[in-house]
Structure formats: C-alpha cells, structure tokens
Design a protein around this ligand. Structure first.
Ligand code: MN
Length: 356
C-alpha cells in the first residue's frame, strides 16, 4: 500500500484471527476470497498464503471453506483441491464444482467462487444467462435442489450484491456497469457469507453479510472497524469480533506546525499508516520528508482547499490587474496576498502580456 509492504501487518492480524478462532471454538472457517490481489501473485505471497492455510488447517485443525475471488486465478489456486479435501480444506475455484455442498455437522455449505456470466451459460447450458444476476437466480435454483431439509444451508460467495428489492429491470441491477446480484434472490439460503467488498457494512441485510477485509487497504477505509463474524449455525445469528491492526490507518487534517510536533501524537498515532490534509496555504519546502520524521508511514498528503468561490462578491473590474487579483484572493481565501505572491503575480502578468 503506497509503497509499504504490509507483510507484518498481515501476519499480526492473522495471529489475532487464529487466537479468535481458538477462543471461540469455531467448527470451521470461511474464506470468501480474494486470497490474493492478483492472478499471478509473488512467490512471497504464495508462500505466506500457503503457510496461513497450513497453520489453520493442519496445525490448528480447523476445516476451511474457501472460494476464489475475482483477483484470484481459480486455476492456480485450485491446483491440489482434490487432495486438500482429505484434511477438510474445502476449496472451490470453478463454477462447475459449486453445486455439490460440503456438509459439516448441521449445515450444508455451498461454495460459489467468483464467476463470469459466460461460465454460467456454459456450465448450465443456458444462453439466456447474460448477466450475473440472471445467472445467480438459476444457480440458486440448482442449489436449492440439493438442499437437505434436515440441514441448514449456507452460501459462500464472491460477488457484488445490490439492493434488497429485486427488479426485472436490468439497468437497476447493473449499477455503474457492475453486474450485481439481487439480495432477494439469495433468500432460499439461511445465511450468505460474502467476500469482495472491503466494507463489512456495504450491505444491510438480515442474512447476507460481507465479512470485509481484515486490514484497511485505503484512506477511504480509515473509519472502518475490521474483524470477523462468528456465525452460530443453530440460530444463524452472527456476531462481529473486531481485530486490532498492528498499525492503524488514519486520516488527519490540521496545520503543518501541529503535525511537525511529535509531542502532539501518541506512539500508536505516529506509527499508523497516515494520510494528512494540510490546512496551510504557504509553500512548505521538503514537506514530505519533514512529516515523515513524525509519521514514518505517511501514505498520502494533500491540501485542504481554501478557495471558496461562493464568497466572491461584485468587484470593480476597472481596478489594476494586481489590485483585482488581490481583492479576489482575499475574498476567496480570507488572506492578503504576500509580497512574494504579488511578485509572482506581476511576473506572470508581464509574461502573459509579452505573449500577446
Ligand atoms: Mn474481489
């Protein structure tokens, strides 16, 4: 993220996840994709993911229910899934394998990896499945036929779910060009555990839940609380358990003087991945280097826009250009032009006149 390697953060949150799973005595762990952020991940990433799966499944003894996401290569990830199943590492990476449920105790788990509409047309032999929503209606029907009425039924998926009301209008479910599954089509299941969106609050539904990412991966996620959901299959009630990151991700707004003074911040704040918005209007030489002395994990820096064009009032256009500029500047920023700024303005004006 922003050039920072998140390996130690991932390892730390993974340890918390393991501790939580042991403390809660979970019977299985769902991983709803993505496992990687690209189809061809680095050797280091492959090694790390394999170690995590090995730890959870072989060392801690948890059954795992895994589907691939849109960033994963289903083919690469799925290599070996037949023999992983021998130790209850259940992995599904292609649509055709999604229809036979995994049974653990009182529950049937339907593992549906990320899929494209063309796969649904191929696998189900139905050319009318032109988008993910239509495909999901059909997939859901197929899965319902596999329902054992004496068991609970959980769908594990990786897709964009939208709205709570189903509409026949395709435009409604293809928001922003994203093929979305209507939540109403998921109602046959007792619970739907989804991967894909980083925000666990992306959808508000009684039985459809995004887990959200384990870490904050962008400034837009700064306010989100990350963690895991514990599902009780007897009641289908879910409970969120937050996992604290090794380094938080924060977005702060203030003056350079405030940020440059390390005594204004706690150790945790200084160690956090930090995006700063400066309220200053002046040029600050070497600003990044200076702020990195306080916030070594600086991931972004911008300026608060002071200009408020709504404040511009009628102005006497017969004023000299520099006077006019000075008036405009003070109206929109609330500050006077400095000597330096006035010099720059004059130089620019001279140059512009010369070019005429
Ligand atoms: Mn995804």
């Amino acid at each position: 993220m922003a050039g920072f390697d998140l390996a130690e953060d991932q390892d730390a949150v993974f340890e918390e996840l393991v501790a939580t799973a042991k403390k809660e005595h979970v019977d299985a762990i769902i991983i709803a994709g993505d496992l990687y952020d690209r189809a061809n991940p680095s050797e280091e990433s492959v090694k790390r993911v394999n170690q995590m799966l090995f730890r959870l499944n072989r060392q801690e003894g948890f059954p795992l229910l895994v589907v691939s996401g849109n960033h994963d290569s289903g083919v690469r990830l799925g290599t070996g899934q037949e023999w992983y199943a021998a130790t209850q590492l259940y992995m599904r990476t292609t649509l055709k394998d999604a229809f036979s449920p995994i049974v653990i105790d009182d529950t049937q788990f339907f593992l549906l990896p990320y899929f494209e509409p063309y796969e649904a047309r191929e696998v189900l032999g139905d050319p009318s499945l032109t988008n993910v929503n239509k495909a999901m209606q059909r997939i859901s029907k197929e899965m319902v036929q596999q329902f054992d009425p004496t068991k609970k039924h959980i769908l594990v998926g990786h897709f964009f779910a939208a709205g709570s009301a189903h509409s026949d209008s395709e435009t409604l479910v293809n928001v922003g060009g994203l093929d979305a599954v209507a939540v109403s089509d998921l109602q046959p299941f007792d619970y739907v555990a989804l991967g894909h969106l980083h925000n666990r609050h992306a959808l508000d539904d009684a039985k459809v839940q995004y887990a959200g990412s384990l870490l904050k991966f962008s400034v837009s996620e700064a306010a989100q609380e990350k963690g895991v959901y514990i599902i009780d299959t007897a009641t289908m009630q879910r409970r969120f358990v937050s996992l604290a990151p090794l380094h938080d991700l924060q977005h702060l707004t203030g003056s350079f003087a405030d940020f440059a003074d390390p005594t204004n911040f706690s150790e945790a704040e200084k160690e956090a991945y930090t995006a700063l918005t400066l309220t200053d209007v002046e040029v600050i030489p070497n600003v990044m280097a200076k702020l990195r002395q306080v916030f070594p994990r600086l991931i972004g820096l911008d300026r608060k826009r002071h200009v408020d064009l709504g404040k511009v009032v009628q102005t006497n256009v017969k004023l000299a250009p520099t006077q006019l500029l000075g008036e405009f500047f003070s109206q929109v920023t609330g500050a006077e032009l400095s000597e330096q700024q006035l010099t720059w303005a004059k130089a620019a004006l001279t140059k512009a006149k010369g070019e005429d």
